[in-house]
Design a protein around this ligand. Structure first.
Ligand code: NAD
Length: 337
């Protein structure tokens, strides 16, 4: 049978992207809902056939322990609530899927990992691009040697935040600005395309602090990362301009993902050796990356394998983002362990 997910947080991403993707999944189903708003529990409970016995408030949350229909808890809350609900879910004996960015700090990430380990349950971070055919193909091309030695990765990710962007513009709930929310896609792609971990980062914060959107969080963050192979990455993250692309350039060509990590419409181009740039975009099924992400955790659990984007993967990104913020604040490079 399909494994049952409890969806925690019935906001934009949960209700508009995640929940409608279950119909395309093979081994996952919506088993329960958790919300502080009774009207949402009623509306989505009816829409997704979730019985009233399987609808929870935040006060009731720990009672999920007694519900064997719930195998996995999917945390789709503001970042400041990720650690608390992931840890409570682990303690209730459930596997956890937690949205990106994993948590407010590396310390919080580690406590989530520890709670899952103590409960002998899996923890997976919602890095959907790892299940999207063009990103999967881009990784294979990067590993194939077709573009020669990796030299430069560059990426720009951003959108124009509005004053209505809610918790995202409040550092106490988001942990940071554009880098935590959208720049993280470029950082994660740098790591999965290069297949190595950065040793040093230098970052510049270019935020207009008189802009009312950016009282507590950064707008533009420009970061340069150095990798052990000699490759470098340049990342632009923005809350005031639109971008969504990455490119890995090597001695013999490049892999260009533009757009790279949106919900749909990825395009992939390859230049290898003397070959002209050609379109190598893969066909993508409806909501394929979301369904693939939802199916991956049940499969990993059944097969007794670790999922491919565990807590350690989320922690690695948060550690680097903390180093970026420190570098920007101190105006000097920061070494990574
Ligand atoms: P949202 O504001 O639309 O939803 C957040 C939900 O949390 C709301 O339903 C809100 O009512 C609920 N909530 C509970 N307690 C709250 C509190 N104290 N304050 C504020 N809200 C509270 O946000 P979203 O866009 O759905 O983002 C939710 C999570 O999903 C975030 O971690 C975000 O980074 C992630 N996300 C991921 C992707 C992706 O592509 N992987 C895309 C968008 C969002």
């Amino acid at each position: 049978g399909r494994m049952g997910y409890a969806i925690v947080g019935l906001g934009n991403y949960g209700t508009r992207q995640i929940m409608p993707s279950f119909v395309h999944s093979r081994n996952a189903r919506i088993a329960a809902l958790v919300s502080g708003t009774p009207a949402k529990l009623e509306r989505y409970g009816a829409e997704y056939d979730v019985p009233t016995t399987h609808r929870y408030s935040y006060q009731d949350f720990d009672r999920i322990r007694d519900n064997p229909d719930i195998d996995i808890v999917y945390v789709v809350l503001p970042v400041s609530m990720h650690a608390e609900y992931s840890i409570r879910a682990s303690r209730a004996g459930k596997h956890v899927m937690c949205e990106k960015p994993m948590a407010m700090s590396a310390v919080e990430c580690q406590s989530m990992i520890d709670a899952a380990t103590a409960a002998d349950r899996q923890l997976m971070i919602g890095y959907r691009s790892r299940f999207e055919p063009n990103n999967i193909h881009a990784i294979a091309l990067a590993r194939s040697g077709r573009i020669g030695a990796h030299r430069v990765f560059d990426s720009q990710h951003g959108f124009a935040a509005s004053l209505q962007s809610g918790w995202r513009l409040d550092r106490s709930m988001s942990g940071g600005g554009s880098m935590m929310d959208i720049g993280i896609y470029g950082l994660n792609a740098a790591r999965y395309m290069l297949g190595e971990e950065p040793t040093e980062v230098i970052a510049m914060d270019a935020t207009d602090r008189t802009d009312p959107r950016f009282r507590t969080v950064e707008d533009r963050l420009l970061s340069t990362l150095r990798f052990p192979s000699g490759a470098v990455a340049q990342l632009v993250s923005s809350y005031s301009s639109h971008h969504n692309r990455y490119r890995l350039s090597g001695a013999d060509g490049f892999i260009d993902a533009d757009p790279g990590t949106p919900y749909e419409g990825q395009r992939l181009r390859l230049k290898a050796g003397d070959e002209d740039v050609r379109d190598v975009t893969r066909p993508v099924g409806p909501r394929e990356q979301f369904a693939g992400q939802l199916d991956h955790l049940p499969t990993a659990i059944r097969e007794g394998r670790r999922n491919i984007v565990p807590g350690e993967e989320g922690l690695a990104d948060i550690r680097i983002i903390e180093a970026m913020y420190r570098s920007a604040a101190e105006r000097q490079p920061v070494r990574l362990a």
